[in-house]
Design a protein around this ligand. Sequence first.
Ligand SMILES: C[S@@+](CC[C@H](N)C(=O)[O-])C[C@H]1O[C@@H](n2cnc3c(N)ncnc32)[C@H](O)[C@@H]1O
Length: 210
Amino acid sequence: MNLARLTMNAPALAAVYEHAWRPALFYLASGRTTATDRRDAVTTLHLDGAKKVLDIACGPGNFTKYLSNALSDDGYAIGLDYSEPMLARAVADNAGPRVGYVRGDARKLPFADGSFDAVCCFGALYLIPDPIAATREMIRVLAPGGRIAITTSHRADNAIGHASRIVGGWSGLRVFDNDIFPKLFAEHGLVDIDQQVHRLLQYVSAARPA
Ligand SMILES: C[S@@+](CC[C@H](N)C(=O)[O-])C[C@H]1O[C@@H](n2cnc3c(N)ncnc32)[C@H](O)[C@@H]1O
């Protein structure tokens, strides 16, 4: 297990992740606040009404609960993560009437094909040992007409990008070329593919045709 994965399993990190670690590190990496990322996630995923949402690698549920607030009626959001300390925090800090948490591996999701109207994975694909398998699983469980959104690292072609590759390699965080996820989405028949780059992070979204 590398340093990045060990850190995600540490109860101390789970305790400070939502209110200190994530806001600070993601602001440095992207120039965006968590509030902006959350609002954009709701918009990009077209969340409303009775939709069913899957938040992969949900950590302490810091997005899952917020996403569930955009739903009504029989809508719900499920957060999936493999880290017990992260899930314990999710249950303690981010429970709600339309939220549930599942322990599982993003590379082999315990859900049937087409189960969700929206699937997202923020700030985690660079930690997962086989990120392409995990992305294929996200696409598999996406229903016709559903939307998918990811936020992950990208390979910036400048000094900062070069430094991030060295630090990433040392710590176990992967840095992705820009074309990987748009290409993968297109190969799986997804449409309306959008990619935005903010400093060291890329935000990619798409839809499965209805
Ligand atoms: C940095 S946190 C991201 C939390 C939240 N999505 C966010 O954007 O703030 C990364 C999470 O990925 C989880 N993770 C890493 N590999 C995983 C895997 N194979 N399956 C499920 N969760 C995984 C870690 O346990 C950790 O909670």
